[in-house]
Design a protein around this ligand. Sequence first.
Ligand SMILES: Nc1ncnc2c1ncn2[C@@H]1O[C@H](COP(=O)(O)OP(=O)(O)O)[C@@H](O)[C@H]1O
Ligand SMILES: [Mg+2]
Length: 278
Amino acid sequence: MTATAAGDLLKAEDITVRFGGLTALDAVGLDVAPRSVVGLIGPNGAGKTTLFNVLSGVLRPTEGTLTWKGVPVPARRAHHSARAGISRTFQGLNLFPQLTVLDNVVVGADRTARGGAFSLLTGLGHHHRDERLLRERALAALDSFGVAEHAHRLPSTLPYGLQKQVALARACVSDPELLLLDEPASGLSGDQVDALAEQIHTFSRDMAVVLVEHHMDLVMRVCDHIVVLDFGEVIATGTPEEIRADPAVTRAYLGNPAGDPSTEGPNADPDSGNGDTP
Ligand SMILES: Nc1ncnc2c1ncn2[C@@H]1O[C@H](COP(=O)(O)OP(=O)(O)O)[C@@H](O)[C@H]1O
Ligand SMILES: [Mg+2]
């Protein structure tokens, strides 16, 4: 549920992003309360991924402010996320294909590594105790996502659903306070989406979750609060019930291939699956 401003974990205010002459986000605000699940929906091109990139710290907004636990995030610190306790998954998988499942998760644990996971993996670091700890943490994370038995395989040798679990383990191994999930249901079967809904409920006992998702049934089931974007602006916010009943939301989706927000089903987002570089 939404909390008072003072209690917000992450607060985005008046976020504007321009790409040349195109305004991808226009004075958008978003509040994430601790241990809440916030859904970010809207037709293709609405600005969801752009906002996600701002929240995760990889894209600096043209205007606007981010506040993390009441403290403004300095504009120049683009990569604030790792230290702040924010973790993300990517559209698509973005696992490193040449690294084992275990090493993929070790990379996600680099927040706790003094030398950094890359120096450990490349042998440039000599923090042997850190390395052992990192591997223990990564194995424990794989175990909690049911994929520890595959630790020494390459990701591509696993079914897609298991690869998604590896990606979730990598995002959660650093014990984030905020987990950003970019279309986690894409490519999953109905049963797998049910399992994902359970997982998101479980995550929200320990961390807040922001979810960009086309799978409306999942969004309506797991979110405490939903923000609807259209043409870079927030056109509605509220509980799933409020969003379902909001005529502005229905209008935004009418005539759009993303479909009616009250109906279930993934949709073919042109940019899904491309993924960003981890
Ligand atoms: N790097 C970029 N350069 C130029 N335009 C971009 C860039 N990223 C996104 N856009 C544009 O910004 C708008 C919002 O895109 P995006 O955030 O990807 O929407 P969504 O994720 O909701 O589909 C779109 O018009 C898109 O074409
Ligand atoms: Mg997108």
